[in-house]
Design a protein around this ligand. Structure first.
Ligand SMILES: [Zn+2]
Length: 376
């Protein structure tokens, strides 16, 4: 395990390759942003939009997947108020056991801002069973739900005849998931190859006993369907020079977004602005830490280091203190939902912790072997 020379990204992030001089893809990208002419990029976007005007019978200019969180609130308002578009917002809603009151309020906030929002709710029994299978098989409960979240937007784009999909972050450039890179910095049509989606394959769900008809909401439209309907995903994050976790959180709260009140030692969320609509992503971030040696705090501090608002040394302290944070209450409610005991949960997490990065002691506690900022 090696760390980026500039930030605290370890080279254990899936689909990521460091440069010869030890710089992570996201820092490399950020370094190149200094030379970007943002007006130039804005002009590219305006041209792009001029070329994708509404076709006859098309009622919306674009579709935006929203959770009501910071990124989607910023995108929706920017698309309408700055770009003059009429967007349809698409929200995939979670079952009542998973969604937070805050998440519901944040969607209401967008509706109150005057947007049309189409809500879809996949069948809750299938959702629950697939989440359990996903956790059992991958020690990652979100494998199935992420597919549904990502698939819902192009599925609705096809049904509503809206070829333009606006997406937020470019995971290839802004996180370093290189498989998602497209023809240009804003081309999002390779989003399906993101690590969490793995090309959109459903085989493991079929093997787990789900029927093809139960998997309709999980089916990410194939490249052929994208071509047939002329779908184009455009990353808005590429056009916004100040796109970041903290900045988007500030824009969002100024527009009525409700953020977390729970403390960082329970959530690993330094500003309380991520995954506002549910709480179990927090335990997935903790599991990610045990698998790859980095969690939610790492993602935060890396952006802040690049923006020059936090020193690498100070960031090391934050990562050491909170990168594995997750309140026991979130774990308990998750275990209750998928029908396992908390002991079984920890047994599985320990069995899937990376043995090169972590030692597991006789009492079951997990200890890192690497030094944050230095590696192994
Ligand atoms: Zn870096």
């Amino acid at each position: 395990m090696k760390y980026c020379q500039t930030c605290l990204q370890p080279n254990t992030r899936p689909n990521s390759v460091f440069s010869a001089d030890g710089i992570c893809p996201a820092c490399d990208y950020f370094g190149r942003l200094k030379h970007v002419d943002w007006q130039d990029r804005y002009d590219i976007l305006v041209d792009l939009l001029a070329n994708s005007r509404r076709r006859p019978g098309q009622e919306y200019d674009c579709i935006i997947g929203v959770s009501g969180g910071k990124d989607s609130t910023r995108q929706a308002l920017w698309a309408r108020d700055r770009l003059g578009l009429k967007p349809l917002l698409a929200c995939l809603s979670y079952p009542p056991q998973q969604v937070t009151e805050r998440g519901v309020d944040n969607i209401s906030n967008l509706i109150e801002h005057g947007f049309d929002v189409v809500l879809s709710a996949p069948a809750p029994g299938t959702w629950q069973r697939l989440m359990r299978h996903s956790f059992d098989r991958f020690t990652n409960w979100a494998r199935s739900t992420e597919l549904a979240l990502f698939a819902s937007v192009p599925q609705l784009a096809i049904r509503y005849h809206i070829p333009l999909i606006l997406w937020g972050e470019n995971p290839g450039l802004q996180l370093g998931d290189l498989k998602t890179l497209g023809r240009t910095g804003y081309d999002g049509n390779n989003l399906r190859y993101m690590n969490t989606l793995a090309g959109g394959g459903l085989d493991w769900m079929l093997e787990a006993g789900a029927s093809p008809s139960e998997l309709i909401p999980y089916r990410y439209p194939a490249p052929e369907a994208f071509d047939a309907h002329g779908l184009q995903i455009v990353y808005l994050g590429w056009f916004l020079g100040d796109w970041s976790l903290v900045n988007n959180g500030m824009y969002g709260t100024a527009q009525g977004l409700k953020i977390r009140e729970d403390t960082v030692d329970n959530t690993g969320d330094l500003a309380g602005v991520t995954s506002l609509d549910e709480d179990w992503v927090t335990l997935n971030q903790m599991i990610k830490y045990y698998k790859f040696g980095f969690g939610r705090v790492t993602d935060y501090v890396n952006e802040e280091i690049r923006l020059g608002r936090l020193s690498r040394d100070k960031a090391i302290g934050l990562v050491e203190a909170y990168d594995d944070a997750c309140a026991p209450g979130y774990i308990a409610s998750f275990c209750d939902y998928i029908g396992i005991t908390v002991d079984a949960f920890w047994q599985q997490v320990r069995a899937n912790a990376n043995p090169q990065l972590f030692d597991i002691r006789a009492d079951g506690s997990i200890h890192r072997r690497f030094q944050v900022g230095v590696g192994l």
